[in-house]
Design a protein around this ligand. Sequence first.
Ligand code: FDA
Length: 394
Amino acid sequence: MVEKQTWTTLILGAGAAGMMCAAHAGPDVLVIDHAKAPGEKIRISGGGRCNFTNMHAAPDCFISANPHFCKSALSRYTQWDFVDLVGRHGVGWHEKTLGQLFCDRSARDVIAMLRAEMDAAGATLWLRTSVIDVDATPEGFRVSLEREGARVEIHARNLVLATGGKSIPKMGATGLAYRLARQFGLALTDIRPALVPLTFGPEAGFAELSGLSVPARVSAGGTAFDEALLFTHRGLSGPAILQASSYWRDGDGITLDLAPGTDLSARLREMKRAGGKRALHTALADLLPARLAADLARRHGLTGNLADQSDARLAGIAEALSAWHLVPTGSEGYRTAEVTLGGIDTDGLDSRTMAARRVPGLYAIGEAVDVTGWLGGYNFQWAWSSGWAAGQAI
Ligand code: FDA
């Protein structure tokens, strides 16, 4: 005998977006998740302190085939609304850098806050529950679930897809939202790992620099980010690379400026005038970490003193260091990507409500949708804003 239950709203996924939606979707809401705890990505985010939003969150910090889609939800539930919410729950926070807001204590405080909001709204949460299949019915949806070894059939008027993207399968990412979206006739954009380290072959010689972090400007696909760049055994990482990875496509190059905001050519000419007897690589070590300066001197065959270099040669060296063009072999993939770029095509969704235009009662929110934020709290803000927007509409 299959147990049957009727709910007004069934939310698939108790992550950031699903919990936020549940807190606002009115009574008679069931949230299910196959994980053993809700908000697992919140728990591990921001090094355990959850970078829960960004003071500068604005539509131009999000990537989507339709850059206008995110505007409505972001403007109706803003970063300041979320800051108010954490304030009301007594969760201490601080700005780390670039407007990124983190919990003072622990990301678990954000999860506890969302659980409390869900409880206050009367929402029910079932964990360790998997989705077997979903069908449309004249009244809405019939969803077969497996819970504690038993089948349960849920009938619901509203169904919210909040199961996120494909990043970090080890943490439970499955791509279920994409499968169900397709089943209901919603289009998907291309999806790919984003906010992810880029990999290079051994010939790039980055292994020797592994562990070194420098400020840099990294450009990819016409967009540049000024943040830290980290050399790793397998390639490049650090915030500047993670950001650029969202704009990088297979086979394309990226450009590193290792002295952003500095006219390197002019600095090298000044140094030559001030002390031409200095070895070129020692002079470079005034501008860059010594290990990187030595490595670059080797790569570019930079020998001799400053005085031995013509101004044109110094300009060439400056160019090599401020426009270092590299072609990654790939990325670390969904195994480590913080997010999935792309997703459910926003053409099929109402930007005010997150409802599927042609499937009454179906909603999609959070990372499953083709709206991807920059690094720095933007992706959670999209989860809060889109979850709230759907909750209001339901
Ligand atoms: P999310 O992935 O949070 O939730 C989806 C839920 O659905 C999960 O609970 C999952 O178990 C469940 N689920 C999936 N498939 C299912 C299935 N088949 N059946 C049942 N349940 C299923 N962002 C940010 O703004 N600031 C930050 O500090 C960080 N840090 C960070 C660190 C790391 C390591 C990662 C991987 C990601 C981040 N992010 C981030 C990104 C952020 O975590 C992400 O954008 C949001 O969690 C997306 O919220 P969603 O609710 O859409 O999906």
